[in-house]
Design a protein around this ligand. Structure first.
Ligand code: HEM
Length: 316
């Protein structure tokens, strides 16, 4: 979406294509602050996000830099933002299966900062931090990077079955189903850590059965060959129920903290929940996603991404 064009219900840059560098930041408001203390900083922040996006677009269009801000349920109430709330905005509740759990963790504000040029993502992040530090703590920071041809560090291309073209807006941006929040989007995130030692001990053939696609050429297995517990067998909940994903890998060799930051945008959170239930509880129950044997979700939070126009209203 063009961030500086004038029209109502203009979305934030939720359908931007993946690029090379991403900062994922989760902030929680400091305890004991009143709405009167938080609100003015939040208003400045909204103006800042709009400014950063416009300035990036004007000065370095080829960097494809953008910043999307999402607001959690608790934060929405604390900031006294409009009521009734976006229809599906709530605190994400843990989804517990027999073997795996999609944990729920607190998140007041989420920043999804993308740029082909890392300097830009870094500057945006630190400018936002300067504003936020007064009222909040940064509880998650993940610096994601593009790994080869858009692979997760498991070695498989991640993102292939994402919607393209106008389908991206259709699946990611709220339309008539919630007129008061048209142009908004549900943003769901999870920070996954991978057990790469266990993963690397599998043969390529075995890894392919976990994902449901070939590793080198990223070709989908036919339905008669694809195991029922393959990731794509469980995450695919139908052609009319899609989401826009922009996961990024991250890795730190000293701490061996390596993983995938899962992020998606959806016009309805129900679709995401359906995927998560399939993966964590299983379909049928007990047939859970084998990718989870090698991946632990350490965070899980739902945010609402208001349209740019609404963000502009929030800026006061
Ligand atoms: C597909 C990786 C978590 C939803 C894929 C693919 C890979 C992948 C490699 C195949 C290529 C593609 O179409 O993108 C991962 C990793 C995850 C993760 C490494 C975290 C450890 C999730 C979660 C969801 C999800 C939590 C949903 C809530 C999907 C969907 C597809 C997909 C919808 C496309 C299925 C299809 O229609 O073929 N993922 N994924 N993934 N993933 Fe994930």
């Amino acid at each position: 979406a063009m961030v500086n064009s004038i029209s109502t219900n203009n979305p934030q840059n939720v359908t931007d294509y993946p690029n090379n560098n991403t900062y994922f930041l989760v902030w929680n408001f400091k305890e004991g602050l009143t709405t009167a203390q938080i609100k003015p900083v939040f208003q400045r922040l909204c103006a800042l996000v709009i400014n950063l996006n416009n300035s990036a677009l004007d000065r370095f269009p080829e960097s494809k830099a953008s910043c999307v801000v999402g607001i959690g349920y608790d934060a929405w109430l604390q900031l006294e933002l409009p009521k009734p709330l976006p229809k599906e905005l709530k605190n994400f509740e843990a989804i517990t299966g027999g073997k795996h759990t999609a944990v729920a963790t607190k998140g007041d504000l989420h920043f999804h900062i993308r740029s082909d040029v890392k300097s830009f993502a870094f500057d945006m992040s630190s400018i936002i931090a300067d504003c936020m530090n007064e009222i909040a703590y940064c509880v998650v920071e993940v610096q994601g990077f593009r790994y080869w041809d858009s692979r997760s560090i498991l070695g498989f291309v991640d993102g292939t079955e994402n919607p393209h073209g106008t389908d991206r807006d259709y699946f990611a941006v709220i339309g008539e189903q919630d007129p008061a929040y048209k142009g908004g989007s549900y943003q769901f995130v999870q920070k996954y850590l991978h057990d790469l030692d266990a993963w690397k001990s599998l043969s390529v053939e075995e890894q392919e059965k976990v994902i449901g696609r070939s590793r080198t050429h990223d070709i989908e297995m036919s339905d008669d060959v694809k195991p029922k517990n393959a990731h794509i067998a469980l995450a695919n909940v139908g052609d009319d129920l899609k989401i826009v994903r922009d996961n990024m890998p991250f890795g730190n060799v000293a701490t061996n903290e390596m993983g995938t930051y899962f992020i998606c945008y959806a016009s309805t959170f129900t679709t995401v929940e359906k995927m998560l239930r399939n993966m964590f509880i299983g379909n049928p129950v007990g047939n859970s996603d084998r990718i989870l044997d090698f991946s632990i979700a350490t965070t899980g939070s739902l945010f609402f991404v208001p349209s740019l126009d609404m963000l502009n209203d929030f800026a006061g």
